[in-house]
Design a protein around this ligand. Structure first.
Ligand SMILES: [Mn+2]
Length: 429
């Protein structure tokens, strides 16, 4: 199996070290002048771990087609290997989130041991009841075409519940502590179903799933305004998501996927509201220009990402709170591992920019009704080149000063292609 050798990382870091240290000195002094300890920033960044999604280690696609890159991981074990390669470079992506049935593990205990040997743990497991899975849908007699947890037929709701229970038991074997329900139920046509009846069926089923969870687990629900239900999703917005979480039970949190909002939604405000009532469960990070585009995190709206990080620090009292953080993207053109490396960097940079804001001074300006001063304080953080702080987190833990350049220098994709083949495929049922 291809690996990311520490010697290669060390070799690539060496010629970059001098410039890195000069940058680190400069940003350290600049941040210290605001009364912020750069060591505290480095330490908080090291604790901000973001899970990698098993479905994004291969190329994604659109309705127009898919262009495999070669050497894609063919099974959950190889996905763990690729996640370990990313984490070796970034040091802040030590968990993987498995999607069932796309990554159905035949031997979860063996997979867990393999992951542990590569320094990888398991984040939330994801259930899928928006596709018919030949393993569980009784030779096509049971179908999710008209819904799963919202379906009018109790037998189909039972099948969907059974799938969620199976995913929980797989997750227990893997060492996961949360279930994220991928719910696509809704309507494609006005009049197709009753809003209220669909919602009530889903709420009841989520309550059943909640009550089925092991005692130290949590349940995560994720809203999305449209697709595949193009007229109305049951869990359409953060208000519906909050209602479902409240109905399902106390250990249910809401996932905020950055692409799952109608245009111009103030996502940082949504984050604040959900946290205020203790229902912020976590994030699916990506970026979006028009809809659920699943683009590289921080590539379209880096300022929005920074403002979301500001809210996270508000919730965590100055450091990132413990939530389910995950990247959720589709890599249509880039090498998926390079896209994940860039996303990990964007998340660390956004968090670092928030960490170097003088939050006490910001609160002072807010209380004094001085919006110009508040903007000065906020933008001083956003405009700081925090990249040496972010790189220092990686360097101290054996990671790469320049992850993408190091990944390329290591020839990882070529080695993976040699071992797994140019036609290796990884996504979907
Ligand atoms: Mn998502």
């Amino acid at each position: 199996m291809p690996t990311m050798e520490p010697e290669v990382i060390e070799r690539e870091n060496r010629p970059r070290l001098e410039l890195h240290e000069r940058g680190l000195d400069y940003v350290g002094a600049s941040v210290a002048s605001r009364g912020i300890d750069p060591e505290g920033v480095i330490s908080a960044l090291g604790d901000f771990n973001v899970a990698l999604p098993s479905w994004a280690l291969g190329t994604g696609g659109t309705r127009f087609g898919r262009f495999p890159i070669g050497g894609e991981p063919r099974n959950p074990e190889e996905k763990v290997d690729d996640a370990a390669a990313v984490n070796a470079l970034t040091t802040v992506n030590s968990t993987i989130s498995l999607h069932i049935p796309w990554d159905y593990p035949d031997d979860p205990v063996g997979l867990r041991a393999h992951a542990e040997s590569r320094g990888i743990g398991f984040d939330a497991v994801n259930s899928n009841t928006f596709q018919d899975d030949p393993r569980t849908t009784d030779g096509g007699r049971v179908s999710y075409k008209f819904g799963s947890l919202a379906h009018s037929d109790p037998a189909i709701r039972e099948t969907a519940l059974a799938h969620n229970y199976e995913v929980i038991s797989i997750g227990e074997a893997l060492g996961s502590k949360a279930l994220t329900v991928w719910l696509a139920d809704g309507m494609n046509h006005p009049g197709q179903a009753a809003f209220r009846a669909q919602f009530e069926r889903v709420a009841e089923c989520l309550g059943d799933i909640h009550d089925h969870l092991p005692s130290d687990w949590s349940l995560l629900v994720e809203h999305k305004p449209y697709e595949p239900a193009f007229y109305a999703s049951v869990n359409t917005d953060w208000g519906s998501s909050l209602l479902l979480a409240q109905e399902a039970g106390p250990r249910t949190g809401c996932i905020v996927d950055l692409g799952h909002h109608l245009p111009n939604t103030n996502i940082e405000q949504v984050v604040s509201r959900l946290a205020m009532v203790n229902r912020l469960g976590g994030f699916h990070f990506n970026d979006s220009k028009y809809g659920d585009d699943d683009l590289t995190t921080g590539s379209i709206k880096p300022f929005q990402l920074f403002l979301i990080m500001m809210e996270l620090l508000e919730i965590g009292g100055g450091s990132p709170p413990e939530l389910a953080y995950m990247i959720d993207q589709s890599h249509n053109l880039k090498d998926p591992l390079e896209d994940l490396l860039q996303s990990a960097e964007a998340l660390q940079v956004a968090m670092a920019r928030a960490l170097v804001v003088d939050r006490e001074a910001l609160t002072g300006a807010q209380m004094d009704n001085d919006p110009a001063l508040a903007a000065e304080i906020l933008m001083a953080g956003f405009r700081t080149d925090v990249r040496p702080l972010v790189a220092e987190v990686r360097r101290r833990r054996g990671g790469a000063l320049d992850p993408v350049a190091t990944y390329r220098a290591a020839g990882y994709r070529a080695r993976a292609t040699e071992e797994r083949g140019a036609e290796a495929r990884s996504t979907g049922l």
